[in-house]
Ligand binder design. Structure first.
Ligand code: SF4
Ligand code: SF4
Length: 310
């Protein structure tokens, strides 16, 4: 079997499993410009309380820190755009959290892809999906599956940005894909639409201001500046993706495990008011929402303006 055959077989198997895009990048040091930009973001404290982001700089610089003989990053994207939205009159959750926890779904699919790869050629592989300190969106751009927008999301041309991204580091040497030569151009819609002015001109997000980060990662009180702009958002924020022209023609995901959980669709403002810890644990046991914890979700609920739900 030639290298080209293996490349094509892996790509086709990724699409057969349900991924929307798959590409390959050679493992090497991250571009100095990208790494320096990230260092400056950390130094400015824009990562808020996410101190874990300060660690494992060596792995961020080169993913061989995770798999020493790694030759290729296989990058994949999975569509999570829901086939139906939550009722507009209910508190709103970010789309990515409508269904089952993406970590589990991505791990299951990536493991199937690893088994397929190892059936083609013996190699070591390491799976990542928001579970390792690597620049996932950067590697996705190197693997040619999209570009990073000013809203800091990976944007796949003609498909949009409602995608989970994941990687397989492998000791196989696959043919690198060609990065796309595309960017946001003169568009600034996400910058203008962000209710917190959290997006800088250079596309970096200030997590201290971002509603998504604050409603999910903050373990203390929400800043008043955030609560004033919550609107109907109780978990996460999709505004900078909703306004992006690349999301005008998104297709709904075909992955049923990502469809809205039935119990989530029933969470009205009043229903949430009386949500017990036991009910939270039952509803969100297999959901990414459990990251906010019961206390965090109820804190967010109490910061909502009841008049918006009358
Ligand atoms: S998620 Fe919301 S608050 Fe955060 S940068 Fe995007 S629009 Fe702004
Ligand atoms: S809204 Fe415009 S500037 Fe923002 S990510 Fe989309 S294309 Fe880029």
């Amino acid at each position: 079997m030639t290298h080209c055959d293996i490349d094509n077989l892996i790509h086709d198997e990724a699409l057969r499993l349900g991924f929307s895009a798959c590409g390959f990048a050679s493992v090497e040091d991250v571009d100095a410009r990208v790494y320096t930009h990230w260092q400056r973001w950390i130094e400015q404290g824009k990562h808020a309380d996410m101190q874990y982001m300060e660690r494992h700089c060596d792995i961020r610089r080169n993913p061989q820190g995770l798999l020493p003989q790694a030759r290729t990053v296989i990058s994949v994207a999975l569509n999570y755009s829901p086939p139906e939205m939550l009722p507009r009159e209910h508190p709103q959750f970010a789309r990515y959290a409508y269904g089952e926890d993406y970590h589990t779904i991505m791990r299951d699919l990536l493991q199937q892809l690893v088994q397929f790869i190892q059936s083609l050629s013996p190699c070591d592989c390491r799976i990542c999906c928001d579970t390792a300190p690597i620049f996932e969106r950067y590697w996705a751009t190197k693997a040619g599956i999209g570009f990073i927008g000013r809203n800091s999301q990976l944007i796949i041309p003609h498909q949009g940005s409602y995608f989970f991204i994941g990687e397989i580091l492998t000791t196989l040497a696959l043919t690198p894909s060609t990065p796309l030569n595309i960017n946001c151009g003169s568009c600034r819609r996400c910058i203008d639409a962000c209710p917190m002015s959290a997006i800088a001109d250079d596309g970096s997000i200030d997590a201290r201001r971002c509603i998504s980060c604050q409603t999910i990662e903050n373990r203390g009180e929400l800043p008043k500046t955030v609560t004033e702009q919550l609107g109907r958002r109780i978990y996460g924020c999709d505004t900078c993706q909703e306004v992006c022209p690349h999301n005008r023609h998104t297709q709904p995901t075909a992955i049923k495990r990502l469809f809205p959980l039935p119990q989530l669709k029933e969470l009205s403002y009043d229903r949430l008011k009386n949500l017990s810890k036991e009910e939270f644990d039952t509803i969100f046991r297999h959901s990414a929402v459990k990251r906010a914890k019961y206390a965090g979700l109820m804190r967010n609920w109490s910061a909502l303006n009841p008049e918006l739900f009358e």
